[in-house]
Ligand binder design. Structure first.
Ligand SMILES: [Zn+2]
Length: 55
């Protein structure tokens, strides 16, 4: 049994897995720990974020 990033499916170590689960709540490789998921662009906060399921 191995661990892998939930975004890119790359192999990660158990240490990276536990760290990521504690900090982000999901398994992420080192690359995606810095930017978890492509869904939110934190660098551009001028636009009002759309919340799905609100209407
Ligand atoms: Zn990844």
């Amino acid at each position: 049994m191995g661990y892998f990033c939930s975004v890119c499916k790359s192999d990660i170590t158990e240490k990276e897995f536990k760290y990521s689960m504690e900090k982000y709540g999901q398994a992420l490789c080192r690359e995606h720990q810095n930017s978890p998921g492509p869904k939110y662009d934190n660098g551009n906060s001028n636009k009002t974020p759309q919340i799905p399921g609100l209407r």
